[in-house]
Design a binder for this molecule. Sequence first.
Ligand SMILES: Nc1nc2c(ncn2[C@@H]2O[C@H](COP(=O)(O)OP(=O)(O)OP(=O)(O)O)[C@@H](O)[C@H]2O)c(=O)[nH]1
Ligand SMILES: [Mg+2]
Ligand SMILES: [Zn+2]
Length: 317
Amino acid sequence: MNNAFGIYHKENNVARIISENRAEYLLGFPDETISKFNKKKANKLFYVGDFVKYQAEGNEITQLELFSRETIISKSSNVTAKNYHFSDSEQVLATNIQQIFIFVPLDKNFALSKIERYVLVFSQEKVELTIVLSKKDLYRDYHNLVKNIQQLYPQINLLPISVYDESSIEQLKGMLSPGKTGMFIGTSGAGKSTVLNLIQDQYVAKVNDVKKDGKGKHTTTSSFVIFVPEMNYCIVDTPGFKGIDSNHSIDSNVLFDQIGQLALECKFRNCTHTSEPHCAVKAAVKDGILEQEILDRYQYNVNKLELLSKRRPSWRL
Ligand SMILES: Nc1nc2c(ncn2[C@@H]2O[C@H](COP(=O)(O)OP(=O)(O)OP(=O)(O)O)[C@@H](O)[C@H]2O)c(=O)[nH]1
Ligand SMILES: [Mg+2]
Ligand SMILES: [Zn+2]
């Protein structure tokens, strides 16, 4: 394999930033080898996922030059774990990502609003989002739950999984597009690293390590690009989120486009669809065109986002 880590560039001397610590970047090469690069020698900030062209003197890499980034995945940094970069309080999680798998565990803290929140923050062109409902073994009636969410939001890709159900892990594997890079994100303990291990290795050998209490011990502390040669696929494993919000503008239409369309007919451009006269959205609810529940979900999420934009305490997961 000579295009490990998703390196397809035609030039020579191309590598990928696959991880970092305080002092060094870790570089992955097309032949699957890995080496370190001292950050003091870097002339700019690089992110995990970046492709770089390097210059070398003998065995030593002396200089890195950045290839333009196809995508940048970021979130606001004020509520996050350490080990990420900070720029204008927007934190870059990884770059050159085509698929995001958001792990939302079906444990006792599950709430629909978490899914909505993730979708609102991470939707962008060129990136395919999937909500992985992990630990479905902990949720008795998950079939019904999935059906209800799907009814409310047919545009969301949902995949319930459990490490105890091999076919669900196979389903997830089937969603990984060869040649691409995906990333696993979600709260700490959602099962990201466990599932990644299963994808990399033999399913049966690893599942015995799963702890029944669901409490993770092997908390991931920095992002890492893992290359799976058999699938020709890269996955970025990331440390768990403590909370989630964003500084970039959020388009509520990714979830609520029906309301966005109806709102064009409201009398006031900044109509909140609560008590204003001649509100087309409320009229649509009355006429049975729009479900009250969708309007409720919209109000709830928009209120949260407004709170955030006023820099109130962030929304914790
Ligand atoms: N019941 C159940 N437990 C699981 C499942 N998947 C993972 N776990 C357990 O959940 C715990 C946390 O898993 P991790 O894979 O470390 O979680 P993580 O998302 O990588 O967490 P961070 O690295 O802290 O972000 C471990 O004890 C796993 O054994 C599952 O499908 N069902
Ligand atoms: Mg982990
Ligand atoms: Zn209105």
